[in-house]
Write a protein that binds this ligand. Sequence first.
Ligand SMILES: Nc1ncnc2c1ncn2[C@@H]1O[C@H](COP(=O)(O)OP(=O)(O)OP(=O)(O)O)[C@@H](O)[C@H]1O
Length: 473
Amino acid sequence: MRNVVVGYGVEPVLRGISLEVPNGSLVAIVGPSGCGKTTLLRTIAGLIRARSGEVRLGQRMVTTHGIHLAPEKRRIGWVPQDAALFPHLTVAENIAFGLGGGRRAARRAAGEERVRHLLSMVGLSALADRSPAQLSGGQAQRVALARALASGPEVVLMDEPFGALDPLLRGELRTEVRALLAAEGMTGILVTHDQAEALSIADYVAVMRDGEILQFGTPPEIYDRPATPWVATFVGESVFLPGLWRSGSVVGALGSLEAEWMPAAGTRGNPANGASSRLTLDEGADLDEGAVARGALAYDESGVRHDRQLRSEIRRSGETAPMIVFPAGAAAAAEDVGPGAAGAGACAGAGGATRGAAGVGETASNRAVAPTRPGTPTRAGAPAGPVDDTPVTVLVRPEQLELTSIDGSVLAQGLRATVTAVTYTGHDALLELSLQSGTSCMARVAASGLLPVGAEVTVEVRGRVLAYPRAGD
Ligand SMILES: Nc1ncnc2c1ncn2[C@@H]1O[C@H](COP(=O)(O)OP(=O)(O)OP(=O)(O)O)[C@@H](O)[C@H]1O
């Protein structure tokens, strides 16, 4: 999908979403409640009309300007959260319903080879004649999945399909679903509230917030290199510490740590409404002369990625394009700035309005809104780091901290800390630590290496950490 804008009222719920799901892969969509996950699925299914943008299924354009293919013609399977089986049809008839033709046709087709095959795939051959009321939650979800697969759809959309199940069954079923989709060669899109589930089941994860995709990548890309501190916190436990950037390292409470610069979305430093600035576009941007880009990932010369509220008018194509930027929804028009008129990184301030602001419903012709291809670098063109001594925020995952108990020894070398709290989770534990400097942080240790509250330890950081622009600077 490309630059898809969807809304129920005046304000859009999906604000120019671009997402390319590789054929045959399983993509998990995660994000806080109300960010638009279900709306995204409904848009792909054709249950809601997009205001603008395109949806393509394989080679078929199903949504574009003036075209809205009906849901039943999209060849999409849908697995809802609550199975939603027909109570007066048997298990086999419910699955046969997915072949199309309504209930009567379903009753006739219940014994067909395809239905028997699906029953056996989901392990329910023995329950073919049962009514849905006689099924457990997990069995009902299996029937819903088989029904969704029945007609051989290109894409299977799953909206929290395991939400109502207990953790054990959830784990079992998600492994089965993955195997079933792979066996049928189908593409799957799964909405889940469970970040761990997304990271463990999916080939790719899309992290959504406020109607936009903040990051799209493989599970290790999302967990190990989150695009912003918010994404880092959303997908796993995170320790954030202040520090100063020093050419590839960050100096802070944990000493000098090898660091990678992550030019994340800035909260400040965005040009004022109507201001002009020279920004570097994400790699993959393919802009025509005069194209309108909304929500483009764009970096200014200090490496700060400007936030997703940017709406920009591109004045020329190329790697570096002068843009006029203003927050989404702003009514003000942008100053007309010709190519090269804005100085590098300069904000010229609001000026005379000679061109109108882009309408919310317009179609952008760029591919820079979100990484559209797995593996597409999201920070292409970003500098290797800010100037030395720039204040940054460092992300350390708790499992990066290696603790050594010093058992009261005054001779122990290294950074010292005291365990102040322990959260035991069975396979491992999270320890809260107070460093000698008074800074707090968190370490994950194997349950066998559990230390009591009050234990004295030395702390070492394994691997490189990520450094983000410090919010508020
Ligand atoms: N039919 C509707 N009419 C009006 N507003 C709606 C409708 N459906 C959803 N919304 C609003 O659109 C926004 C996105 O809703 P959506 O259900 O897509 O979010 P979600 O991320 O799936 O949430 P959750 O995780 O809680 O299911 C919410 O603010 C919601 O209130």
